[in-house]
Design a binder for this molecule. Sequence first.
Ligand code: GSY
Length: 150
Amino acid sequence: MTRAFLGLGSNLGDRRRLLRDAIQALGDRVVATSSVYETEPVGGPAQEAFLNLVVEIDTDLTPQQLLGICHRLESAAERVRAERWGPRTLDVDILWIDGIEVHEPDLVIPHPRLFQRRFVVAPLAELAPELVPADWNDRAEGQVTRLGPL
Ligand code: GSY
């Protein structure tokens, strides 16, 4: 089994329920869940605030199989890809898999913007502080507010 981290975000619909349903669908793969953060949208058009969190999982899936699961979770949340960087019911990104690097057209691991976005690094730092550069808070963009458990 290998440790991996997924970033989840939602800014459309019942954000908490959508995040809860996705975590529940991950089932017994889930090892830990960060606090949930209300976060300022980074990139894209003017849109509502996101709820973001990070989930640690244990998996023996290949990165592409894991990507398939992320896409299925987004489809189950009836995500519509109407506008690039636009509002979405659910976004599930593979952030990190221990010991794995992937450089494929549809998948890059570690996530290319992993340490640039406060909405990713703040929750990741709760679960895996050893992965995060000490100066991440100076480098990352976007405002985040920790709300507590989902
Ligand atoms: O990359 C994930 C989708 N996304 C987000 C997000 O999840 N949270 C915030 N705060 N801004 C975002 N911009 C995009 S795109």
